[in-house]
Design a binder for this molecule. Sequence first.
Ligand SMILES: NC(=O)c1ccc[n+]([C@@H]2O[C@H](COP(=O)([O-])OP(=O)(O)OC[C@H]3O[C@@H](n4cnc5c(N)ncnc54)[C@H](OP(=O)(O)O)[C@@H]3O)[C@@H](O)[C@H]2O)c1
Length: 319
Amino acid sequence: MLAATVARFSPDSPLDGLEVGDRPEPEAREHWTTIDVRAATLNHHDLWSLRGVGLRAEQLPMILGTDAAGTTSDGTRVLVHGVIGADGHGVGPHERRTLLSEQYPGTLAERVAVPAHNLVPIPDDLSFEDAACLPTAWLTAYRMLFGAAGLAPGDRVLVQGAGGGVATAAVVLGAAAGLEVTVTSRSAERRERAVALGAAHAIETGGRLPERVDAVVESVGQATWAHSVRSVRPGGTIVVCGATSGDAPPAELTRVFFNEIRVQGVTMGTRDDLAALVRFVARTGVRPVVDSQVSLAQVGDGLARLDAGEQTGKIVVLP
Ligand SMILES: NC(=O)c1ccc[n+]([C@@H]2O[C@H](COP(=O)([O-])OP(=O)(O)OC[C@H]3O[C@@H](n4cnc5c(N)ncnc54)[C@H](OP(=O)(O)O)[C@@H]3O)[C@@H](O)[C@H]2O)c1
C-alpha cells in the first residue's frame, strides 16, 4: 500500500527524510481493526518525527500521521482516536501512552490498524475531510478550552497565533460555546479571518488586550509566552499544547507566582473527549477550517506549507 514514512532523521530540513512509497499492509493483532483511510491531516507532530523527535533510528521506516477518518471492512464510517495505550484497550494495561506513528504505524497511508476501542462513529452529515481534522488539533483545542481551562459561556479566552489548526479550532469551538474569544496574529488577513470565524477581538501579536482573560490557549511557545503571562487575569489559566516558535522562553516566574497563574499542559484528549467533540460538532453545526487538500503522493507539498507556517486551518491528505 502507499504510505508516507520517515525514512531517516533530518533535524534541520525535515522534508529530506520523507519518503512516499510502497509499504507492507498493516499487521493484524487481536482486538485491533484495519481501517481504509479516506482522509487524514498533517500535524507538526509529523515534522517533529521527521526531525527525529520521539522516534529511535531502529524504528525506521515509520509511517507518519496521527489522525484519520475512514471505513471499517463492513463499510462503517469511523474516526480514529490516535492515542494508544492510555487505557490498555488492545495493548495490555501497562503499555505506556503513545500516539500513532510513535510506536505503531500512523495514518498517512491507504490503511492503518488501530485498537477497535479507538474507533468513534462519524455522523452522517460530517464528511471524511472534516472528520479527519477532529482527532488531533480539534480534540486538543476542545480539551484545552473545556477540560484544562474549565471555561464556561461568557468567559474570556485568548488564542495565540490565529492560523494554526489548534488555534482555528479554539476560535470556532470557543465562539460556538459562547466564549469571548480574542486572537493574536502577525497577519492582518488571518486576524480578519479569525473574526469571520467568530472571534470577538483580533489584535496584533503581542498587542494590548481590551481586558485580561480567564484563560489562554498557548500553542506558539517562545514567541508569545510572555504576552500570555501578561494577558491572563490573576488566578487564570494558561493551557499549553505546543511550542512551534521554540521552547526556551523566559519563564516569567515572578508574574506566575504573584498573580497565582495556573499553567496546564494538554496532549490531545481521551476517546470520550473525542466522542463528545463529535457530538458538539453535530449539535452546533460548526465545521473544521480546512486550509487545503493534498493527495498522499503530494504530502511533501503539504508538509512544506505547514513547516513554513503558511496555512490557515488544517491541511487534509486524501490517500
Ligand atoms: N499537545 C498536543 O496534543 C498537540 C496537538 C496538536 C498540535 N500541537 C502543537 O501545537 C502547535 C500548534 O500547531 P498548529 O498546527 O495548530 O499550528 P502552527 O502551524 O504551529 O501555527 C500556529 C500559529 O503559530 C504562530 N507562530 C508561529 N511562529 C511564530 C512566531 N515566531 N511568532 C509569533 N507567532 C508565531 C502563527 O501565528 P500567525 O498567525 O501570527 O502567523 C501560526 O498561525 C504545534 O507546536 C504542534 O506541535 C500539540
